[in-house]
Design a protein around this ligand. Structure first.
Ligand SMILES: Cc1cc2nc3c(=O)[nH]c(=O)nc-3n(C[C@H](O)[C@H](O)[C@H](O)COP(=O)(O)OP(=O)(O)OC[C@H]3O[C@@H](n4cnc5c(N)ncnc54)[C@H](O)[C@@H]3O)c2cc1C
Length: 309
């Protein structure tokens, strides 16, 4: 039977970052995943944004962690040789109702410790983003919102952890936890049993299942699917910054963002699902992305799509 000091379940952004951080110490580490590659489920296919935390709920753990993490990315990405760009984001308002929300959004950013959000006039926003819908009434500029290649980032974290001695086990789904009396002493996987002094649950959408194995599932994960378009680098209508819609109570809405390799990302939808394995795209979902992003930038060329996910 294999043995280790630390066993991390899940090789997404969270598990790989934990593995890399712990690999700086003299510890035996196993990072395992049910999939055949690192990159996680959500981690490799999200909106690719390193957020400032301007819109997090003040006082939450999310707010504290996102606000603290954002300034670390310059050095982290340099060390890992991961492309990362601080391109900033704009949040344009197109109606009186949206315009009236801007002070509240700026105040929330301030409460989160994100002090550099600025008001911009319609003229300034159009000068920054000439393709923006000319009906814009004004908006906000969030200078430190940034973009990254989320897949390359997770791979780089995992590679660095492995260089430092961590062991990676793929296609090794955790089926159950091993117990001795009240103590949890290891995991039972598709590739056999592993004893561990410490087990870290970084299994993303499935963290509730792992927590339930430990008898500690006092929360519920509500899976949401987000559908995206990726447009060709040569598409004629591009933006320089992330263009965010004014959020609603339920969702941050569908954005337009330059991608790190020059493509354009449009989306996501926000669909509540019961099946965590459902990664399908749908006509309805993608049509809603196209309709919503055209309100931000009317000339966006959906015909230049190279893929959807
Ligand atoms: C549409 C969308 C857009 C988003 N955009 C952004 C964004 O722009 N910026 C941002 O910061 N965040 C964004 N997020 C959130 C972000 O993607 C997630 O918070 C993050 O990826 C979670 O990482 P994770 O490592 O916890 O989970 P995951 O990436 O899901 O990784 C968990 C891993 O655990 C493994 N696993 C699960 N169960 C087991 C098991 N039993 N045994 C072994 N392995 C197991 C899985 O295979 C998976 O690889 C977005 C999310 C969505 C849905």
């Amino acid at each position: 039977m294999k043995r280790t000091s630390v066993l991390i379940i899940g090789a997404g952004a969270v598990g790989c970052a934990i593995a890399r951080e712990l690999s700086k110490y003299d510890l035996e580490i196993i990072l395992l995943d049910k999939n055949s590659d690192v990159g996680g489920d959500a981690s490799k296919s999200n909106s690719s944004i390193i957020h400032t935390g301007y819109d997090a709920t003040p006082g939450t753990l999310e707010s504290r962690l996102v606000v603290a993490a954002n300034p670390m990315y310059d050095r982290l990405c340099e060390a890992l040789d991961v492309p990362f760009r601080r391109i900033g984001a704009i949040l344009p308002a197109f109606s009186e109702e949206q315009f009236e929300q801007l002070p509240g959004i700026k105040e929330k950013a301030f409460q989160n410790g994100v002090y550099d959000v600025e008001y911009c006039s319609a003229e300034t926003l159009l000068a920054m983003e000439p393709m923006l819908n000319p009906r814009v009434m004004g908006g906000l500029f969030i200078p430190r919102e940034s973009i990254i290649d989320p897949f390359v980032y997770v791979v780089a974290l995992a590679e660095n952890a492995v260089q430092n001695g961590a062991r990676l086990m793929l296609e090794a789904k955790v089926l159950d936890l091993m117990r001795e009396g009240d103590a949890i002493v290891g995991v039972e996987t598709e590739k056999g049993e592993i004893r561990a002094d410490w087990i870290i649950n970084a299994s993303g959408l499935y963290c509730e299942e792992i927590a339930r194995m430990a008898g500690k599932a006092d929360y519920k994960v509500n899976p949401r699917r987000g559908q995206f378009y990726i447009l060709d680098r040569e598409t004629s209508c591009k933006v320089n910054r992330i263009v965010l819609p004014i959020p609603t109570k339920r969702t941050k809405g569908k954005l337009i963002s330059p991608m790190i390799h020059g493509n354009l990302l449009l989306g996501p939808t926000a669909e509540d699902l019961t099946d965590k394995t459902n990664h399908e795209t749908s006509c309805e979902g993608l049509e809603s992305v196209a309709a919503d992003v055209r309100r931000l930038v009317p000339d966006i060329q959906i015909a230049d799509t190279i893929t959807q996910f």
